[in-house]
Design a protein around this ligand. Sequence first.
Ligand code: LLP
Length: 423
Amino acid sequence: MTHFHYKENQLFCEETPVREIAEEFGTPLYIYSRQQLIENFRSIDGAFAGVDHTTCYALKANSNPELLKLLVKEGAGADAVSAGEIHHALKAGFHPSKITFAGVGKQDSEIEYALKHDIFSFNVESAEELAVINDIAGRAGTKARIALRINPDIDAATHPYISTGLKTNKFGIDIEVAIETFKYAASLPNLQVDGIHTHIGSQILKLDPFVQTARKVVDLVGKLRAIGIGIRHIDFGGGYGVTYKNAIKHPLLPLEHETGSEATPGNEAFISSVLPILRQADCKIVIEPGRAIVGNTGILITKVLYRKDNGVKKFVIVDAGMNDLMRPSLYQAHHQVAPLVLNEKGTEHVDIVGPVCETGDFFARERTMPFMERGDYAAIFTAGAYGFSLSSHYNARPKAAEVLVNGEKVRVIREREKLEDLK
Ligand code: LLP
């Protein structure tokens, strides 16, 4: 059950009609459900009950400060990929002892910043980076706690741009040289080797790649312990996929065609498939979900500006663009689009496109949609993850506003940018 639902023919977020929110705050507009965020977090974190663990939310999915604060209250940690994200996390109240820092290209100044704040762990991605962190920690008169990010060479069966656990990807340290790299790390005086990190990709819908990775990781922990390298934590990354097609159903909404492998097994299933394996290592477990926490927490509301029929194609032109939600343009990602108020005007075959000067600026192509015309509002679903965080000012378009719904209450959590805000 999600907290976006139709009551009769009108879309609600929790107890609030979305159309009223759109009319009050304007479009394009990101709307988040507080309850959905909390439930998603709890469904993941709760699956670890009784296990020493931290759920480090991946800020890159959505770093709105108000959403972060809610997650802090729930006991979350943070997974950051830049000094900027560490800064956001600290400002929102995440405890430094619950912050991890990943990324293949950490700058010296970012390493200094993370050391100064004594974060939980650097997730190190190359031998050269180990040497640099060791030097910087030495100069600062401190020791850096590190985990090595291992690339297990496992196919996560996801979009090639967001697959990270294959030999051909830039991420992590090849599992074949893992032991020798751990030995090197252990020989460096200003590092404290603490963990193993993996993150094999994003929007993964199969359990098997996770299970295979868990087995490889646990095997590696055993081998390292046998040579005296104590591993205290496993950071198993994120990547749990969410359902994009048929995110919402209604008799007046066309059912979206699914190939059969597009539904998520669900957060509990992802975790219960690997937890018994990971527990064999007797380590603290860290995970870094992003999308599974915020994906279905948010929708993007847009308004129809124009219709156009060139005899070959029908276009519905809306006021949100690829600068607001880039996923369809970047990954040909599917997001369900549905009118806020459903009517009996039937369906048609259309492209839903934005105002940006790129042919790739679309939200849906050749899609069967309920009839929509100028002034109608539509919701683009499952936009909470990698929506606003990937947005840009392209075409000098001010960024959208963000609001948070809590029952019948609606609160602006990021003001809409004005023309004067454009630099
Ligand atoms: N940990 C690390 C080290 C990561 O690189 C990522 C995501 C995560 C955790 C969180 O992954 P999640 O649980 O959200 O799948 N922009 C793309 C997704 C890029 C993911 C990058 N790394 C998209 O819109 O699909």
